[in-house]
Design a binder for this molecule. Structure first.
Ligand code: FES
Length: 276
């Protein structure tokens, strides 16, 4: 004999409380999005000016060889300031035009890597797009289509930009190493420390990427059969918990490194030398 289970009658859902206020939050929830707008706008403005300035990007002395990361790898033929001069380490196949950055091969990938980063997406959706600006604060837009449609569906390409970022981090590492060698040989100065700190932070940010975490530990059924990958995944996961912090730190170290090289190159101050 078959029986048909009858569900107990559910009470009708209660209508939402009629609250006229846009939000009941009375703390300074707007501060974080505001600071994000200010911070990102200032950084993008500085980076844009520097990338198209096409001067003060390289400085060489008896014991140093400093190239700013905004011009690495430098690919324009000719002597400084119209070309890369001795800063060209990876060939010179780009023409000199005012609208072509000297590192035009890598900058678009770096931009896309950051633009599609999970943290930056969260940051600019909340701050620039008010979608939503904070928890328990209504969205600034009536409709929401998420990242499943054009154009935001391209955010899914982030994992591919991660591979490009790894290659560019290798190039930045190379720059930090050759920076110890100037026209007369080995040297060591404050600029080397600045470049080294920057490159370590760049690696930390790149490896803490959510895509990297998936690449190292994803699609595995048993961690016990992959002890090395497990260890690396644990390491990446720890860094991943600080991804937001690393995202901001690297904006700071990039700008600081660029400014230091610019200042030494322009002669605003001399590099502090420890050796050579
Ligand atoms: S999630 Fe931020 S760099 Fe990949």
């Amino acid at each position: 004999m078959t029986t048909t289970a009858t569900r107990p009658a559910q009470p009708a859902p209660r209508p939402r409380a009629a609250i006229a206020a846009r939000t009941l939050r009375n703390d300074r929830w707007w501060l974080a999005p505001l600071l994000t707008v200010l911070g990102l706008t200032a950084w993008v403005a500085y980076a844009t000016v520097r990338v198209f300035m096409q001067r003060w990007f390289f400085s060489e002395g008896p014991g140093y060889h400093y190239l700013t990361p905004f011009y690495s790898p430098c690919l324009v033929s000719g002597d400084i300031p119209k070309g890369c001069g001795p800063a060209a380490e990876f060939g010179t196949f780009l023409p000199h035009m005012w609208f072509i950055p000297f590192a035009a091969l890598t900058l678009p990938f770096l931009l896309l890597f950051r633009l599609t980063c999970y943290y930056y997406r969260r940051a600019y959706y909340k701050s620039f797009w008010a979608s939503p600006p904070a928890c328990a604060v209504p969205d600034g837009h009536k409709r929401y289509s998420g990242e499943t449609r054009f154009p935001l569906i391209f955010q899914n390409a982030h994992r591919y930009f991660f591979y490009a970022a790894v290659i560019i981090s290798v190039v930045n590492t190379y720059d930090a190493i050759v920076a110890f060698h100037g026209t007369s040989g080995f040297g060591f100065g404050l600029g080397n420390v600045v470049l080294l700190v920057n490159v370590v932070m760049l690696w930390a940010y790149t490896i803490s990427c959510h895509s990297c975490r998936h690449i190292t530990g994803g699609r595995l059924k048993h961690f016990s059969k992959h002890p090395l990958r497990y260890r690396f995944w644990v390491f990446v996961s720890k860094l991943n918990g600080r991804h937001m912090l690393l995202a901001w730190i690297t904006l700071g170290t990039l700008a600081l490194t660029d400014f230091y090289v610019m200042a030494v190159s322009a002669g605003w101050f001399s590099d502090l030398r420890f050796v050579g």
